[in-house]
Design a protein around this ligand. Structure first.
Ligand SMILES: C[S@@+](CC[C@H](N)C(=O)[O-])C[C@H]1O[C@@H](n2cnc3c(N)ncnc32)[C@H](O)[C@@H]1O
Length: 199
């Protein structure tokens, strides 16, 4: 069955929620800061284009809790400090957060309001975009920056070659597992290549 119908991170803010159990992913997000800042600098100083007056940015596979806003917040801050350096008025920024429909968007929406308010008087509008990032989410050419972290390792589905032959990703029988290892590996690699093309 497709992963889009099956799974989501633990919802809410309780002890077992993703919000309270995603410290490792958050540490990785912080390591993205220089990359996002470099992407913003390149975007804003491209000699071929005028300084954008409006920018649309999205996080693909945002989940919920503090991590949901981390990458886009880094991007918004980078835009504002870049503009300050250039003594340019900041562009209007629209932030869109994407995840699968079963994601805990209720929690996300509440924190989006805070992001919107904490950036005033600069114009930062916010929204959510539920759906799979392996399908079309936005009109073509409309976005300036995509961020995504810890999400692309989710395939759209288990490889068909394995499911139709009832081959599990991990066989408890060690002999069978060793024997099928190259087949399983290739099936997952192929599914990833297919998915990544759609991404
Ligand atoms: C481990 S969480 C990562 C969340 C956040 N980016 C972080 O770094 O903490 C992976 C997220 O990707 C989402 N995801 C997986 N496949 C997806 C797809 N095809 N389209 C959109 N979101 C997807 C999951 O629902 C989940 O919330």
């Amino acid at each position: 069955m497709a992963s889009t119908q099956m799974v989501h991170m633990n919802q809410g803010q309780g002890e077992t929620s993703y919000a309270r159990n995603s410290g490792i992913q958050n540490a990785l997000q912080n390591r993205m800061k220089p990359l996002i800042e470099a992407a913003i600098a390149e975007l804003c100083s491209s000699t071929n284009t005028l300084f954008p007056e409006k920018m649309l940015i999205a996080d693909l596979g945002c989940s919920s809790g503090p991590n949901a806003l981390a990458l886009v917040s880094i991007a918004v801050e980078a835009i504002h400090s870049h503009c300050l350096q250039l003594q340019q008025p900041p562009p209007e920024v629209c932030v869109l957060l994407n995840d699968l429909p079963d994601n805990d968007f209720n929690t996300v929406v509440k924190s989006l309001v805070t992001l919107h308010q904490s950036n005033e008087p600069a114009v930062v509008t916010v929204g959510i975009m539920p759906g799979s990032f392996y399908e079309r989410l936005f009109t073509s050419g409309s976005m300036h920056l995509f961020c995504s972290l810890n999400s692309l390792n989710w395939l759209s589905k288990a490889p068909e070659d394995l499911t139709k032959n009832w081959i599990p990703a991990y066989d408890v029988d060690e002999h069978a597992r060793r024997e099928r290892f190259p087949v399983v590996l290739e099936a997952y690699a192929q599914q990833f290549r297919k998915d990544f093309t759609f991404f």
